[in-house]
Ligand binder design. Structure first.
Ligand code: PHE
Length: 344
């Protein structure tokens, strides 16, 4: 082979090997194989040679060109592999790092409490009657023995929507609506859970919106003992066996006799503390035997049947169960508060 060609080959191959990036390699290719490249120039010279030299020189230059072309392709592949290996080394993913936490929501303490209470009472045969929040004055008061001007209206500061409609101040009108829906059928055994509204001042234990769970049971020979049994069972299943229930005489226009339901303080176990004002007891509900006139208003005959009713403050129950000391927390939608109940 022509000495110059051998030299050139050694030179080109060196340059190819030294190219450490694709750009550098391209520059080498253009330098030798480009339109004005050195090997291209040699090819053009073939025509100028004496005819007898042409075949040998032509073959040698073509062989050189093929060799360089192939070597450039190989080098290109080498560089690609190198780059890939390097990026794999550099961009490794540490699979042992903790992933991004996916926040899972939870149930609101009121929802949790209501579900639990509903489940306990439904195990005793109570169904759920969803009444309405916008009520008539008639249902909210009059049908429950609280006519216009009755002093009991003063206990329930009311949001009126018009002269005759209001936001229910308690779930008790659900007693009347539920009875009317059953059209005299027995047994009557349902609860009415839901929001109620009062214009009370707002503080740690008062909020203009809160929840009650009403209960109503009517059948032949229902007695006060049934009321006590249901309430005691509900409280001990909701708060635990060591909670005791005390029924304290009271007055409601729609029950007779009536009582307040107290439970032994869940914080001091009845010893007396600041939460129970040293009384050892906490008030959680109003209850009583359904007043004969209320039975009549619901389409039932007080000569034939009797019943009991109760109305629990759900917020109170949830606050005692979860140790929440301000009712406003239940309505503030503060994630810092709510997230504490996740998974409970
Ligand atoms: N509705 C009464 C209240 O809101 C509670 C109650 C319900 C009392 C059922 C007796 C029977 O204070």
């Amino acid at each position: 082979m022509n000495h110059n060609l051998a030299e050139m080959e050694a030179q080109v191959l060196r340059e190819i090997n030294e190219a450490s990036t694709d750009d550098e390699l391209q520059r080498v290719r253009i330098k030798y194989l480009g339109r004005k490249g050195e090997i291209s120039a040699l090819l053009k010279q073939i025509g100028n040679l004496p005819p007898e030299e042409r075949p040998e020189f032509g073959a040698a230059v073509n062989a050189l060109r093929a060799k360089v072309t192939q070597r450039i392709a190989e080098r290109k592949a080498e560089l690609e592999t190198q780059a890939l290996e390097e990026s794999l080394r550099r961009d490794t993913i540490d699979v042992s790092l903790p992933g991004e936490l996916f926040e899972i929501g939870g149930l609101h303490p009121l929802t949790k409490s209501l579900r639990e209470i509903t489940s306990i009472l439904s195990s005793m045969g109570f169904t759920v009657y969803e009444s309405r929040e916008a009520e008539t004055d008639e249902m909210n008061f009059v049908k429950l023995n609280i006519p216009q001007g009755h002093p009991a209206r003063d206990m329930q500061e009311t949001f009126y929507l018009s002269d005759t409609t209001l936001l229910r101040t308690h779930t008790s009108p659900g007693q009347i609506r539920g009875m009317l829906a059953l059209e005299g059928k027995l047994p009557v055994r349902f609860i009415v859970p839901g929001r109620v509204y009062r214009r009370d001042q707002t503080d740690a234990s008062h909020h203009p919106v809160f929840f009650q769970v009403e209960g109503l049971a009517i059948d032949v020979d229902i007695t006060f003992k049934h009321l006590r049994g249901v309430i005691s069972t509900l409280m001990s299943r909701f708060f635990g066996q060591d909670v005791t229930v005390r029924l304290r005489p009271s007055y409601f226009p729609f029950t007779e006799p009536s009582c307040e339901v107290d439970i032994s303080c869940v914080f001091c176990k009845g010893q007396g503390c600041s939460v129970c004002s040293n009384s050892g007891f906490l008030e959680v509900a109003g209850a009583g035997m359904v007043h004969p006139q209320v039975l009549i208003n619901g389409g039932y005959d007080p000569e034939q049947v009797s019943g009991f009713a109760f109305g629990f403050g759900l917020d109170r129950l949830a606050m005692l169960k979860y140790g929440i000391d301000d009712i406003r927390l239940l309505y503030g939608n503060d994630k810092r508060f709510l997230s504490q109940f996740r998974g409970l």
